[in-house]
Design a protein around this ligand. Structure first.
Ligand SMILES: [Zn+2]
Length: 262
């Protein structure tokens, strides 16, 4: 993989990231993602195409609107960089191939869902529900995933979180995990199968607990009803599975075998 391909891969990813930023902003408001064209949320000035170049414009404008100097959210360059990074790392892994496209689209959906969840505490059905169908449809052509595996992934992903959420609600009488998380994990299952779902649950619980404890230690209100949204952790777990899951599972199995041998 030469550096020119990787460079254009990064540019492509960051342009997709720029489009995701528009969706992250507009989907929770239920407004069209095409019209009107991008404008500054504080002064409503339309944004010129030359101020809308992924990453570059943010640096040139030093993170402020050209018209009113209102600060631009760090989320914009962050999502653009993240999608550029995902594109490059997937190119290095899969080259220019169907698997690159499948996982890039999957990562784009996860990024979108995570940032909407972070700012609005909702996981939009308009992403997760079609995502389940698309994931199932793709499994028909997927070189590494059968339709059976994908279907079990959906049922296991949706079912297991449904049980956890119901038990949590029964014990604490509070809404812990929302229905959005259940549909998100079902979508993840459609794309990476049952093994991926198990890995995602384990991985996101570990990272989520660590982050949750840290947040609890630094914040004064220990018993916040709006603890940490879980969508970003599920998404992170799924990304880790696609990129390093096989390697991590083998490594873990190696340790188990080592212990068994002693
Ligand atoms: Zn402005």
């Amino acid at each position: 993989m030469n550096w020119i391909t990787l460079f254009f891969g990064f540019v492509f990813g960051s342009i997709v990231g720029s489009f995701l930023n528009v969706c992250i902003h507009r989907i929770p408001q239920d407004t069209s993602i095409i019209m009107p064209s991008s404008h500054c949320p504080s002064c409503k000035t339309p944004i010129h195409f030359y101020d809308n170049i992924p990453l570059v414009s943010f640096i040139i404008l030093r993170g402020r609107c050209r018209g009113c100097q209102a600060p631009i959210s760090l989320r914009y360059p962050l999502v653009e960089f993240l999608m550029g990074f995902f594109s490059v790392i997937l190119l290095l892994r899969y080259g220019i191939s169907p698997l690159y496209l499948i996982y890039f689209a999957f990562f784009a959906a996860l990024t979108l869902v995570s940032f909407v969840d972070l700012s609005h505490r909702i996981i939009p059905d308009v992403i997760s529900l079609p995502g389940i169908i698309i994931g199932l449809a793709i499994s028909l052509f997927h070189p590494q995933l059968s339709i059976t595996n994908s279907l079990i992934g959906v049922l296991l992903g949706g079912g297991s979180l449904y049980v956890v959420a119901s038990v949590y609600h029964l014990v604490t009488k509070r809404e812990g995990m929302g229905g959005g998380d259940i549909k998100l994990l079902a979508m993840i299952g459609a794309f990476i199968g049952w093994k991926g779902v198990l890995f995602t649950i384990l991985c996101s619980s570990i990272i989520g607990s660590v982050v949750g404890v840290i947040l609890m230690l630094i914040s004064s209100e220990a018993d916040s009803k709006y603890a940490v949204p879980f969508g970003p952790f599920l998404s992170l777990g799924a990304v880790i599975y696609v990129l390093w899951g096989e390697y991590l599972i083998n490594w873990y199995m190696g340790i188990l075998r080592g212990i068994a041998a002693v």
